[in-house]
Design a protein around this ligand. Structure first.
Ligand code: PLP
Length: 394
């Protein structure tokens, strides 16, 4: 439904702030840094509502913003140079010295650094807590708590955030709930409909889906967006027009891609769970998943939960190398959300800085892989994983 609305925005030959397009079949790229004006009257008019300079406004960025608002069921959206540009700019706009943030301890590495290292230099205190037990969040609330921050699904253990309860706690204390929807996308879940105030997407991942451009988005109420907009202009973090154009190209197939990826992930998760060499699979669709019940409340079906999962195989580095080399479809890559299935090894990448003991407490072992499932034929994928896992039987 939301996706139909979003694609309509692209195809209705809309008027962008006074510019009338003659219904081009694909949305044109505005690769210009500024717009020209013929008189002082036009200059005045342009400064009020039209386009002037690229950092301030650009039609590709605005169209993309409108599409994302529609997908996320939010009032308004800002497009940024990257997911990190979106997060950092939003924080600088919304928190001030003396404020307190409660952040899920299981969080994307760079987001962790913004919350813990960067914001502390501006006098903002962030406390990291385990969101699996919601009492931890309640206990962490202080009179100066300004924001609660979490991802829908944590990397790489896939823990699910109880968004409705987090929203209630935040709103009972006049705080904002900010949710990162990157691992799930608005095709799986719209955090705003569960009470979140701010949703961030690294569009670099599933939203674009083609692993060839970087962009981030923030969706929120118009009031919050208008607080962030001038700071984005000062930080110089708006999305580049070409990247926005690439995102629009990618997002046109988001509904097709994501539904296939999420259904593939659910089937592959089950097949991996049934394999004798796999000791654990983390995917919310599985009945064995500790938060399966919460997941069924938040997501529409087990086939629309996420294209991301993780699984654990024996800690035998030689055999793990052989396993990776035997895979025909899945290949190692330091990203996720693309068309092709990609693997990632948290212990040697995202969590390499962490002591082994701490990692194990979180369920992250040297036998763990994170998987971003692509649009391949699911039977091909399952057959491929099953033959590659045979190396552990030798
Ligand atoms: C990649 C990612 C980000 C950062 O996005 P960039 O576009 O790489 O800056 C933030 N959160 C999550 C969960 C991510 O996976």
């Amino acid at each position: 439904m939301e996706f139909s609305k979003a694609s309509e925005i692209l195809y209705k030959g809309r008027v962008v702030k006074g510019m009338d397009f003659n219904k081009p079949e694909a949305f044109p790229l505005f690769a210009n840094t500024s717009f020209t004006m013929k008189s002082l009257d036009e200059v005045k008019e342009a400064y009020k509502s039209k386009y002037t300079y690229v950092r301030t406004g650009n039609p590709n960025r605005d169209s993309l913003a409108e599409i994302v608002s529609s997908l996320e069921c939010g009032e308004d959206t800002l497009i940024f140079s990257s997911g990190m540009g979106a997060i950092t700019t939003t924080m600088l706009a919304l928190v001030k010295p003396g404020d307190h943030i409660i952040c899920n301890r299981n969080i994307y590495g760079e987001t962790f650094d913004v919350m813990v290292k960067l914001l502390s230099t501006f006098g903002v205190e962030t406390i990291l807590v385990d969101f699996d037990d919601i009492e931890n969040v309640r206990k962490a609330i202080q009179p100066n708590t300004k924001m609660i921050y979490s991802e829908v699904l944590a990397n790489p253990t896939i823990n699910v955030a109880d968004i409705p309860t987090l929203a209630k706690i935040a709103h009972d204390h006049d705080a904002l709930l900010m949710i990162d929807n990157t691992f799930t996308s608005p095709i799986a879940i719209q955090p705003i409909s569960f009470g979140a105030d701010i949703v961030i997407n690294s569009m670099t991942k599933f939203m674009n889906g083609h692993s060839d451009a970087i962009t981030g988005s923030i969706t929120a109420s118009s009031e919050i967006i208008e607080t962030i907009r001038p700071i984005r202009m000062l930080c110089g973090t708006p999305g580049d027009p070409h990247a926005s154009w690439m995102m629009i190209r990618g997002i046109q197939t988001i509904d097709l891609r994501l539904k296939k990826q999420m259904a593939n992930a659910a089937k592959l998760a089950k097949a991996l769970e049934d394999n004798q060499y796999v000791s654990k699979v983390n995917h919310p669709s599985l009945e064995s998943f500790p938060q399966h019940e919460l997941a069924t409340k938040l997501f529409k079906s087990k086939d629309t939960m996420s294209g991301i999962m993780s699984f654990i195989i024996p800690e035998d580095e030689k055999k793990i190398n052989a396993f990776m080399q035997k895979l025909h479809f899945a290949h190692y890559a330091t990203t996720l959300g693309g068309l092709r299935t990609t693997l990632n090894h948290p212990v040697t990448s995202s969590h390499s800085h962490m002591p082994d003991e701490d990692r194990r407490k979180m369920g992250i072992t040297p036998g763990m892989f994170r998987l971003s499932v692509g649009i391949e034929d699911v039977d091909d994928l399952i057959t491929d994983f099953m033959q590659a896992l045979q190396v552990f039987g030798n």
